[in-house]
Design a protein. Structure first.
Length: 208
């Protein structure tokens, strides 16, 4: 573990956030199964990082009750109801758009379901690749808006202003002309409840 990561872990400790460092995604996937008891309910947000780890499939296979709003055949209302249940699950799993070296975590959201889960679940685990680490909070917000969001819009064919050229056009990205993805921003500076929030930092690139 290099000096920068050790400093980040100390910063998280000061902020009441439990930092866990894993060398690769296999170790991170195993750590998640180790932390989460089989009897606990699971909520999660759509995440390329979690998909790369195979986490949701592994938890379902093990027998955890997973509130999955992405199941085929669900109506919009059914999907929304599952997202509401996911937000108050025993464990909520997600990834951040960016992490500042000072320890702040940045999350962008379109509808706010991910933000609700992070704020309300009994336990929250954030999994991030080393590629999401930035030097400052300002750079973390910039990365989230100008890099991660356009890539997610392209992945989901989300009709935002950045879809065509991959560049952020926040000054014009409003309804009815566009469907904006970065509608809500959550910045976690610290956590009031000890042991509620854990961050697994993986020493390889994951997600956007």
């Amino acid at each position: 573990m290099d000096i920068k990561i050790k400093a980040l872990m100390r910063n998280w400790q000061k902020r009441n956030i439990s930092g866990i460092f894993c060398l690769d995604k296999a170790e991170a996937a195993a750590k998640l199964l180790e932390i989460i008891p089989a009897a606990q309910t699971i909520g999660f947000s759509g995440s390329q990082t979690l998909e790369q780890l195979g986490t949701i499939k592994a938890l379902k296979t093990r027998g955890n009750q997973v509130f999955d709003p992405y199941l085929a055949g669900l109506s919009r209302e059914e999907g929304l109801d599952i997202r509401r249940k996911a937000a108050v699950a025993d464990y909520y799993l997600t990834s951040a758009n960016a992490i500042a070296e000072g320890g702040e975590l940045v999350f962008f959201s379109g509808y706010g379901h991910r933000i609700s889960g992070i704020a309300n679940a009994r336990q929250v685990i954030v999994v991030c690749g080393i590629n999401k680490l930035t030097a400052s909070l300002e750079e973390a917000i910039s990365r989230s808006r100008k890099y991660a969001t356009p890539l997610n819009c392209k992945r989901l064919n989300w009709q935002s202003a950045c879809l065509a050229d991959g560049a952020c056009h926040e000054e014009v990205c409003f309804a009815p002309d566009y469907k904006r993805m970065c509608c809500q921003i959550l910045i976690i500076e610290t956590e009031i409840n000890p042991e509620r929030l854990k961050v697994i930092l993986v020493n390889e690139p994951l997600g956007f």
